[in-house]
Write a protein that binds this ligand. Structure first.
Ligand code: MN
Length: 233
């Protein structure tokens, strides 16, 4: 069979490095969970009893990913860029209607991510009942560390997450405090979307989110998973 030709250049495959591996993790989609830690839901002005509601989701674009060592340009159209440290789940397989008990068998590994957010744009979107795309899915909005295989570290159900800015502590939480655990998230998400190998899931952020300025250095870390340093330029 001959190679197809294209009327415009096909996009490159987006991928992330894997710890202790020459092979890379190719990225299919980026799903994100909203309000998955009670203390962050409260700081955003929401009812802490919302854990009774099902989780909700939004997306970023694969090419929003920023790899370690690459600075993030301060994005246009915002005056309030926020950091959100999050555990990122990388899927090696997928499907629909995945049972909670089977969910972890689909996980290749884990990473540390920062869900960069135009908070002012998000606040306006909430007020006007408009979608979050411009608040969440912009260029360089998804810095991610290398992926650590579950084969090496298992499936962390607890572990401290922190984010500091210029050495000053900002965010602190524990992945044990997620309202929806990783298996819960995969089970719920797979009712709405057909999950696939290469999908990433940002699992929500603990309390302490805050604004960033040009020149700031954010260090995000998750115990047992890794650390990610990002400079805003
Ligand atoms: Mn988030």
């Amino acid at each position: 069979m001959t190679e197809p030709s294209y009327v415009v250049a096909p996009p490159p495959t987006i991928s992330i490095g894997v710890r202790d591996s020459a092979a890379r993790f190719p990225v299919h989609r980026i799903y994100c969970v909203g309000r998955n830690y009670e203390a962050h839901a409260v700081e955003m002005g929401h009812d802490p009893k919302r854990e009774l509601d099902p989780p909700f989701f939004f997306l970023k674009n694969p090419d929003d990913i920023v790899e370690p060592g690459t600075p993030v340009p301060y994005p246009p159209q915002t005056a309030d860029l926020h950091h959100e440290v999050e555990l990122v789940v990388a899927l090696q397989s997928g499907g629909s209607d995945i049972a909670r008990e089977d969910a972890l068998s689909h996980v290749y590994g884990y990473a540390v991510g920062i869900d960069l957010t135009r908070r002012d744009v998000q606040a306006a979107a909430k007020k006007t009942s408009r979608p979050w795309a411009t608040a969440k899915a912009f260029a360089a909005s998804a810095p991610v560390s290398e992926i650590v295989p579950a084969a090496a570290i298992g499936h962390p159900a607890s572990g401290q997450l922190t984010a500091s800015v210029n050495g000053e502590p900002r965010q602190k939480g524990d992945i044990a405090d997620m309202i929806w655990s990783v298996p819960d998230i995969i089970a719920h998400l797979s009712r709405w979307f057909v999950l696939a190998p290469g999908d990433l899931i940002f699992t929500g952020t603990p309390a302490g989110v805050g604004g960033l300025e040009r020149g700031d250095v954010v260090v995000a870390a998750i115990e047992g998973v890794g650390q990610l340093e990002v400079t805003i330029r």
